[in-house]
Ligand binder design. Structure first.
Ligand code: UDP
Length: 447
């Protein structure tokens, strides 16, 4: 995945900010490489988040190291997109993708390599920011060993996945680790207020330990442009009604439900459904969806477009009449922001950021749930708009206007600095030797 620099587009009040000391930030994303190919089973919104936040924080003058695992033989090592920004692949277990429960066994090895590297380089970090429960577990160890504040982001909640989507249960181990993380990390970063409420409900987190900072979008890359040009580039005809899905093909995404909705809608409209993302053609998720297309006789109106880069995706959003997010559960849903930023309406159930961004009859339709009937109803309403007056593209884009990644990174930096001032106040109150003894003991206890 390419990392483009947006240096030069500095956030506001930069002068004020530069007076503060630059931070040394360690981010950990062990199971999902920020440079990995987007749309595969383990590489989606979280990778985009880590990559974008890391890059913007570094462009703001901080020093950022993102640590991930060597899961392949090529394109790994230390990658330095620019001076103070590194993506470091550390070995832990075999250099291949691993199921999460197997990967769990290699977390200690990853941590040892991380700690050794830190010792060798003689670096210290001001803050460790971890993503997803597997990395969170490593964050618990770094916090104790290095005495640094630990910011944790769930990305998805195991307990909630189990509740809304019974057929693929998350392991008890994950729930136990998430409970511990909730109790022990210094700050939980949540993407929406709904995410925050769900963390409180499912893990009993104290409200004041959770701060909401939404995810973002690259407003330069995802912007409106002539729909007809995008359609021509993608080989679509003018008359077709294009329904788009972008994302991983994980069952929780409900792509099968979108296909079932399409089976009814194709009798009403000259329909073309574009599915962007997904694993290899032989993967079980992709095969299941292809078989469903055959079962529903949708082969002629569904295109498996494969995975696309962010450079290519705007054409897909612009060409579409509507983006459908058929998920059972989303912690955020970056594709909603990307579609709206391109001026494309969205249909979805009230999952993730949808209730905050999508207004029925203004920039899409929020349906009661992701049943095929409700999804079809929402899509129908949007597609009918085509015959009347379309919603103005600028109105649709407006919903995404405040979500540029640079604003998000600036808010994350404020979170870090808030924690550091708290830590400074604590250190002032307790002698350092005492803190360090406590830290050593806690570290030993948790191993
Ligand atoms: N994505 C992509 N190419 C693809 C499929 C997905 O770049 O072929 C990106 C998409 O643009 C978005 C991310 O993957 O930035 C998916 O994030 P989202 O929050 O919607 O879903 P998640 O993967 O977190 O469940």
């Amino acid at each position: 995945m390419e990392i483009r620099s947006t240096a030069g587009k500095r956030p506001e009040r930069e002068g004020e900010r530069l007076k503060q000391k630059a931070l040394k930030i360690a981010m950990i994303s062990i199971h999902s490489d920020p440079l990995g190919e987007l749309g595969t089973r383990d590489t989606g919104g979280m990778s985009v988040y880590v990559r974008e936040i890391g890059r913007r924080l570094a462009e703001m003058g901080n020093s950022v190291d993102i640590f991930t695992r060597v899961d392949r033989l090529e394109g790994v090592g230390t990658i330095r997109p620019f001076e103070n920004f590194r993506i470091i692949h550390l070995p832990a277990g075999p250099a291949q993708p691993l199921p999460q429960l197997i990967l769990f066994r290699y977390l200690a090895e990853f941590f040892r390599n991380l700690d050794l590297l830190k010792q060798r380089e003689g670096t210290g970090y001001d803050v460790v920011h971890t993503h997803y429960w597997l990395s969170g577990q490593i964050g618990r160890w770094t916090r104790k060993r290095w005495q640094v504040p630990h910011v944790f982001m769930f990305h998805t909640l195991g307990a909630l996945k189990n509740r809304v989507f019974g057929s693929e249960q998350e392991p008890d181990l994950r729930i136990r680790v998430e409970n511990r993380l909730t109790a022990e990390c210094d700050l939980i970063s949540a993407g929406t207020t709904r995410d925050k409420e769900q963390i409180i409900e499912h893990y009993g987190a104290a409200s004041e330990r959770i701060q909401v900072v939404p995810c973002g979008v690259d407003l330069e890359c995802f912007r409106p442009s002539a729909r007809s040009h995008s359609r021509t580039r993608l080989g679509l005809t003018r008359g077709e009604r294009v329904v788009l899905y972008v994302g991983r093909f994980d069952p929780i995404k409900g792509v099968d439900r979108l296909l079932r909705a399409a089976a009814g809608l194709r009798r009403e409209f000259p329909l073309q459904v574009l599915l962007v993302g997904g694993g290899e053609p032989a993967s079980s998720d992709t095969r299941m969806l292809r078989n469903l297309c055959v079962e529903l006789s949708l082969q002629d109106c569904v295109t498996f477009a494969g995975r696309k880069t962010h450079a290519d995706l705007p054409d897909y959003y612009r060409a579409a009449d509507v983006l459908v997010l058929p998920s059972y559960y989303e912690s955020f849903g970056l594709v909603v922001l990307e579609a709206l930023a391109c001026g494309t309406p969205v249909v979805a159930a009230p999952v993730g950021v949808v209730p905050d961004l999508v207004r029925s009859g203004v920039n899409g339709w929020v349906v009661a749930d992701n049943t095929p009937e409700h999804l079809a109803d929402g899509v129908r309403r949007v597609l009918h708009m085509r015959n009347e007056r379309r919603w103005p593209i600028e109105t649709i884009r407006q919903a995404a206007a405040n979500y540029d990644w640079s604003h998000v990174a600036a808010s994350i930096e404020v979170q870090y600095r808030g924690l550091l001032s708290k830590k400074a106040a604590l250190c002032h109150a307790a002698p350092e030797s005492h803190l360090s003894r406590c830290g050593q003991q806690l570290y030993l206890n948790c191993r």
